[in-house]
Design a protein around this ligand. Structure first.
Ligand code: PAF
Length: 286
């Protein structure tokens, strides 16, 4: 696996692969890779002949009071994982390489609709930062396909909409969330948790599963389900951010006709904000 830091080197390496007729995939990441990222790269290696991964902690998607400075940087360990997972080329640009005119001068990409509400409401500007950096990476690599985790469910919806709205010829693949044995969704931010918080965090997925079971059993009082689950989160030491049930394809509020739902949660434990989600197909038996 070759590691390059500049757009020029990236383009040259991708062009060489393309000249050999290779089908190219991209897995954008912010590093501090865990088994969830490894699964994305492995999937990319199955679905293409040349896997490009990027590691860039994108300042444009962090709010003023967020964890940009303490976001873990673990390049050597990440490189080892990427090699094992079948990555061919790693792009690790600096902030200056990505935003040569400075971030204030950078053209922004705003995806309307799906980026509003949920994390879009709690983290103003976040999805503009994501859509902008992902658009830039797509233009730099011009991959045939790109792979993202379903754990960031709204982000995946934003990226699908972006590609569709801007006519980008890139297939977007969403990969299921990888979880610890106790159900906690893998996330770089789990590393911020104390042992006690780490144990308490399992309440999130447990409560999503309970809500899903109740919905499948015919419960339609969403308010009641949400209030109950959030009281479980609070009892476990969380400060709720949001917990919502939405239509899974569009992320719009649920109507009585919808059969394909997603429950999305965000909550703080200490200073750490965790997110998770669970798809609920009402036509599939529990
Ligand atoms: O999901 C992430 O790690 C980031 O939001 C992404 C897609 C790499 C953009 O910076």
């Amino acid at each position: 696996m070759n590691t390059v830091k500049t757009v020029r080197e990236l383009r040259a390496a991708v062009a060489a692969a393309r000249a050999e007729g290779k089908h190219i995939s991209l897995v954008p990441t912010m590093g501090n890779l865990h088994a969830g990222h490894v699964a994305l790269v492995e999937k990319a290696a199955q679905r293409s002949d040349f896997v490009v991964a990027s590691i860039f902690v994108n300042p444009l998607q962090f709010g003023a009071n967020e964890d940009l400075d303490k976001y873990p940087r673990t390049l050597a360990a990440d490189q080892e994982k990427l090699i094992k997972a079948g990555c061919n080329l790693l792009f690790t640009p600096s902030v200056e390489e990505m935003y040569p005119q400075g971030m204030n001068e950078q053209t922004r990409v705003s995806v309307l609709g799906v980026s509003e509400g949920l994390c879009g409401a709690s983290r103003p500007g976040h999805f503009d930062g994501v859509a902008t950096v992902v658009s830039k990476l797509f233009n730099m690599v011009q991959p045939d396909l790109a792979i993202f985790g379903q754990k960031d469910f709204q982000q995946l919806a934003v990226i699908r909409t972006l590609v569709n709205d801007l006519n980008m010829p890139i297939q977007i693949i969403g990969e299921p969330t990888v979880r610890s044995a106790d159900g906690l969704a893998l996330s770089s931010r789990n590393g911020y948790l104390s042992d006690e918080q780490r144990k308490a965090a399992t309440v999130l997925y447990r409560s999503l599963q309970e809500m899903a079971a109740a919905l499948k059993a015919g419960e339609r009082d969403l308010e009641k389900l949400i209030t109950h689950a959030q009281s479980q989160h609070t009892a476990a030491g969380f400060r709720p951010d949001y917990l919502e049930v939405r239509e899974a394809n569009t992320l719009r509020p649920v109507t009585a006709e919808d059969r394909h739902l997603v429950i999305l949660v965000a909550a703080f434990i200490g200073n750490t904000r965790l997110i998770d989600n669970l798809l609920v197909d009402l036509d599939t038996p529990a």
